[in-house]
Ligand binder design. Sequence first.
Ligand code: F6P
Length: 466
Amino acid sequence: MNLVVVSNRVSRGKPNEPMTGGLAAALLPVVEKTGAIWVGSSGRVRDGNHKEPFAEVEALGAGALAMLDLPAAHYGGYYEGFANSALWPAMHSRADLIRASHEDYTSYREVNAFMARALLRFRKPDSVFWIQDYHFLALGAELRDLGVTQPIGFFLHTPWPARAVIAGVPNHRELIEAMLSYDLIGFQTDEDCENFLSYVQNDLEFEVRDGVINSSFGRTRAAVFPIGIDPDKFAQQATKAMTHPDVTRLRRSLNGEKLAIGVDRLDYSKGLVNRIKAFDKMWSLHPNLRRSVSLLQIATPSRGAIEAYGNLASEVAKLVTDVNGVHGEVDWTPIRYLNKGFGQGVLAGLYRTAQVGVVTPLQDGMNLVAKEYVAAQNPADPGVLVLSKFAGAANELDAALLVNPHDIDGMARTLATALAMPLTERRMRWEAMMEKLNSGTIQQWFADFIEALQDTHSAGNAALPE
Ligand code: F6P
């Protein structure tokens, strides 16, 4: 098998490369170990006629990385436009934030078609294509139009919303029909998969039986493959990272004070405003926790050219300033707020230093920070995970302290409980969560998806008329 993995964002696998989003972090070990070729955006654009896509190819472990310059005329409409101002808000059930012009949709389809042409260069007779995330919903259909008959699978890293929300996306029908060219569509949770199938059954009126859709576009299976991490590797990274200068400086600066940590992209789906309000409430309700616990919030900027992201950045920055102004002391800052990215070699150590990991998105596909925080803990003295019940990870990590991120008072109380939790209970919860991480690793996710893709493709071919 010659695996071709496609995603918008890629990682070069450099030790100090800042990781933005869980997707690139998750795919990196898969590509490095399996010898796959990983194709994505170089982050640069190129003018002119794109009959011959330009790709820079380099080795990545046993595999390779091909970074494409995307067409300049369509990049904005594709990335800031349709992908991140129509699909992203819809996927996270924020229909109020959907903004997209018909030109944006055209650009999105153009970039999908461009990527399909570029992939032909990497096609071999035994190729298997695995497309990632909402940037490329129509890529399978474009590949089929170019005559590709090999297995093509798709995995969605975000949630899939209720029918009424997806219907707010311009051209939703055409787009979801295009998805039916995939052999297999993978989701993070049962709910995402059910929402998708409900749209296909009720709005497109295609027959669905046991997760298999029989449509005029072919046979497509939809199933659930919760993404995991490599817990052993992350634990090793965390132990090693304790001597990293950033981690040593952080520990020295704490002076016995406890630390809570949040690590997110600066995105409205991550619930940052509610989280900071919950800490504000906690320090108001429990003045004894002032000086004795602080929050390190890393909020890595992303998609800054989009208005909703600019507004959020200003709102969070103001809130942090207000909370620090109210609760701070001449020698104590309640919230340490950083707008930059860190490599995994540092993050793992920051997680291990913190007594509480705070992962409280309003909606999230999986959220690998939750899993990484758990894997990074010291087994003899593990920290506590406070996790939103609206993150996909909550399905597996039910031994975390689960919270409703809309309930600020409830979150404030839970944070205080987490900070006071006795060692025996912390250990019990941590061991239960580690069991889940060890049974659903990234390697298992990869193997399960590829096996199901090959089976589905063969079954689909067998069902074709002679
Ligand atoms: O995990 C969701 C996701 O959108 C990924 O597809 C993407 O790689 C990551 O978040 C970061 O987003 P962006 O590349 O837009 O900064």
